[in-house]
Design a binder for this molecule. Structure first.
Ligand SMILES: Cc1cc2nc3c(=O)[nH]c(=O)nc-3n(C[C@H](O)[C@H](O)[C@H](O)COP(=O)(O)OP(=O)(O)OC[C@H]3O[C@@H](n4cnc5c(N)ncnc54)[C@H](O)[C@@H]3O)c2cc1C
Length: 382
């Protein structure tokens, strides 16, 4: 049984505790799923999460980041693919929720019910971390736009029903010349060029756009606002990546505590060895510290902060990097079982790695935190 004492922290309200309890019961019944066919499993997970009402808060006005984080932490603790399926419904529609027109927001009814899957198409082969350099071109074409280019590493690529796409419209140089578009998956000119496989499989693709025509009404927000839209979406969802890492780490800790109590070695239990206790103490400390940073970031956003760039960067950096360490210790404490294919800690070891790369690599988060610290702590300012 996982430690749930954090739910009593002042960041949460009664509705959050109720949500955590309902979701835990659902997870106990429904998870984990078979991952043999990740596409089919993801689609089914979205349908089931939607039917159970857990996608309700992923989109629309007034997204509650604490709820998103609690859900991601809980799902990740039970099944990484369930967390992924949930997360994409929010990230993929974030631009519509925050900047979409009333007509565009009609998509949100379907994504919240789990009837449509969403994707966020920002990264390109030449511009991952360096988003401002993206090449995909959206040129004016009569009363609409013609799109040419390529996107890569797009989660839900190939199974999504709707994409939020970022492309260069050229109102200004670099970040000032980007715009965001809503693209239904059946738009002619959009093709799945390659399905990508990673160490922890989930639906992922490289997309191509060849003279893809969009009406002017497909633009989300204003021309030239694309970079701001992308950063605002990441500002909401970045701390939830930390929450997923927290869920993986908490599971690794739970498994390690079980293992330490039950494994007999040298006439005693593993838990009696002081060096093992040292590992367990560090793991428990990392989990609690990560939780404090994740829920601090989520609470700050929910309290109405315009931007939480610094708090979200800290939460994501710390929770993902430390989860990697916690899981590595769990593998060590499990001995040979820890690296055995199909064992839970082996899958956690593969699951956690990509979280330190996507939605801003760890190194980029450090740059963000340092810039913020330097800006806030200038000599002569209070
Ligand atoms: C599993 C997975 C799912 C993804 N899903 C999506 C998705 O749904 N939508 C989407 O648009 N993208 C997605 N991505 C793409 C992801 O956001 C990019 O991989 C990420 O931004 C890094 O870009 P890159 O791979 O081009 O690496 P690069 O930009 O080449 O960076 C490589 C490394 O360079 C270092 N680095 C980069 N910038 C700096 C800096 N400023 N200072 C110091 N060091 C730096 C970091 O160590 C970084 O990891 C996904 C990626 C993965 C792996």
């Amino acid at each position: 049984m996982s430690d749930t004492s954090f739910l009593d922290w002042p960041f949460f309200e009664a509705r959050h505790r109720d949500l955590a309890k309902r979701l835990e019961a659902w997870c106990q019944r429904e998870l984990p799923r078979d991952h043999a066919d990740v596409d089919a499993t993801c689609i089914q997970l979205v349908r089931d999460l939607g039917r159970a009402g857990f996608l309700e808060g992923t989109a629309g006005d007034g997204i509650d980041v604490r709820s998103l984080c609690l859900i991601r932490e809980t799902l990740a603790r039970h099944d990484g693919l369930a967390d992924f399926a949930f997360a994409m419904q929010g990230l993929g529609t974030g631009a519509i929720s925050l900047f979409g027109s009333a007509e565009q927001k009609q998509w949100l009814d379907r994504t919240r019910r789990g009837e449509a899957l969403a994707a966020f198409a920002l990264s390109e082969p030449r511009s991952g971390s360096d988003v401002a350099q993206l090449d995909t071109l959206a040129e004016r074409d009569g009363d609409g736009y013609r799109i040419n280019g390529e996107k890569t590493w797009i989660s839900n690529g190939g199974i999504a029903d709707v994409y939020t796409l970022f492309a260069r419209t050229g109102e200004g140089p670099g970040a000032k010349g980007l715009s965001c578009f809503l693209v239904p998956a059946d738009t002619p000119g959009l093709e799945i060029r390659e399905r990508l496989e990673t160490i922890s499989p989930h639906p992922l693709a490289r997309l191509g756009f060849s003279d893809m025509r969009l009406p002017a009404s497909a633009m989300i927000g204003q021309p030239g606002q694309g970079f701001r839209i992308a950063m605002s979406v990441l500002d909401v969802f970045r701390s939830t990546v930390g929450a997923a890492a927290l869920g993986f780490a908490r599971r690794a800790l739970d498994e390690s505590l079980d293992r330490a109590r039950n494994r007999e070695l040298f006439g005693a239990s593993l838990a009696d060895l002081q060096m093992v206790q040292g590992h367990l103490a560090e793991m428990a400390l990392d989990v609690d510290a990560a939780a404090l940073l994740v829920y601090r970031a989520a609470w700050t956003k929910d309290m109405g902060a315009e931007r939480v760039t610094r708090e979200a960067a800290m939460a994501k950096l710390y929770a993902t990097d430390r989860a990697q360490q916690v899981i590595d210790k769990a593998v060590q404490l499990h001995g040979g079982d820890g690296v055995r294919k199909g064992h839970i800690v082996e899958s956690l070891y593969r699951e956690i790695r990509a979280l330190r790369i996507y939605e801003g690599a760890s190194d980029v988060q450090k740059v963000v935190i340092a810039r913020s610290a330097l800006a806030e702590n200038r000599p002569g300012t209070n």
